[in-house]
Ligand binder design. Structure first.
Ligand code: NAD
Ligand code: LMR
Length: 332
């Protein structure tokens, strides 16, 4: 029970408590986790917000809980409280794990983060098997297949409920395209497909909304900048981590889209890395329609130009290896 609630008998208190979804942030004390917790506490669709980490959650929880928005905030710390943190959750957002330092690829995080994602997903399978999962931890191209294997083994796997978060790629693409066009980024929507690392990040500049065209130089500049946006931040932070603020913004935007879909809103479409039949690969990022059950429909890629078709072949080769690495980790 919340501290002040203990002072007055239940019968004498207003019923209170807004209707809404129960959301957990796992890795809530980290660079992404803290800002994301703040943004989720601001979301009116959230009625209960559980903040879990292996360190420092009491401070983050006390801090965020003083915001006068309706979500009730509770903190949980350490493996022994994971079950309590996850029980009853509708949506679990996972930004837990090590970030990159300059010179590293996202795949260099595999050895540390694969085990972290496995143990958290084992917790999800046990305590909230019907929750929708938004997985942020890198390397996303491999951690999503790991999560799928964990859920398969537990007998709880539903592909629609497992979504790798690639929204930051779309946010970057919208920002950089808007800079070139000289328009407001909020008016731009660039589909970004494939995966979430280097050449697997494939912006479809031929499908930008509203329709526009680019010179070959602009296409080359934009593709390169979007694919290397994460590295741009890692280098600028010079050893102090990777994107946290823009990532929290992107994760909160994606979580909000999931919650609106779960509420039954129509026409919610976002890019996400999911189990897919859009290509021959078992996982692929593309536009998905979000609904009550998660990724209700995986939308086709649409017409690609020659440049994008060549990019797709490169992306598939690297993605296939990353997926295989995730699956093999679980079969060891
Ligand atoms: P961070 O080091 O600041 O925070 C990570 C947090 O995870 C820490 O508080 C840590 O205690 C916690 N943690 C570690 N093991 C845990 C466990 N077993 N259970 C719960 N929490 C645990 O890192 P960050 O900058 O917040 O980045 C987190 C992850 O997100 C990294 O893997 C990073 O590469 C990834 N990331 C992904 C995207 C994307 O677009 N998908 C964007 C940015 C960062
Ligand atoms: C990003 O795209 O910013 C994240 O994947 C973090 C990173 O390592 O680049």
């Amino acid at each position: 029970m919340e501290e002040g609630a203990a002072l007055r008998p239940a019968a004498c208190r207003a019923k209170g408590g807004a209707p809404g979804f129960k959301v957990a942030v796992v890795g809530a004390a980290g660079g992404i986790g803290q800002s994301l917790s703040l943004l989720m506490k601001m979301n009116p669709l959230v009625s209960v917000l559980h903040l879990y980490d292996v360190v420092n959650t009491p401070g983050v929880t006390a801090d965020v809980s003083h915001m006068d928005t309706s979500a009730v905030v509770r903190g949980f710390i350490g493996q022994q409280q994971l079950e309590a943190a996850l029980t009853g959750m509708d949506l679990v957002i996972i930004p837990a794990g090590l970030p990159r330092k300059p010179g590293m690829t996202r795949d260099d995080l595999f050895n540390k983060n694969a085990g972290i994602v496995r143990s958290i997903c084992e917790g999800v399978a046990k305590s909230c098997p019907n929750a929708i999962v938004n997985l942020i931890s890198n390397p996303v191209n491999s951690t999503v297949p790991i999560a799928a294997e964990v859920f398969k083994r537990a007998g709880t796997y539903c592909p629609k409920r497992l979504l790798g978060v690639t929204t930051l790629d779309v946010a970057r693409a919208n920002t950089f395209v808007a800079e070139v066009l000289g328009v407001d980024p909020r008016e731009v929507n660039v589909p970004v497909v494939g995966g979430h690392a280097g050449v697997t990040i494939l912006p479809l500049l031929s499908q930008v909304s509203p329709p526009c065209s680019f010179t070959p130089d602009e296409i080359s500049y934009l593709t390169n900048r979007i694919q290397n946006g994460g590295t741009e931040v890692v280098e600028a932070k010079a050893g102090a981590g990777s994107a946290t603020l823009s990532m929290a913004f992107a994760a909160a935007k994606f979580a909000d889209a999931c919650l609106r879909g779960m509420r039954g809103d129509a026409g919610i479409v976002e890019c996400s890395y999911v189990a897919s039949e859009v290509t021959e690969l078992p996982f692929f990022a593309s536009k998905v329609r979000l609904g009550r059950g998660g990724a209700e429909e995986i939308l086709p890629l649409g017409p690609l130009n020659d440049f994008e078709r060549a990019g797709l072949e490169k992306a598939k080769k690297e993605l296939s290896e990353s997926i295989e690495k995730g699956v093999s980790f679980m079969n060891k």
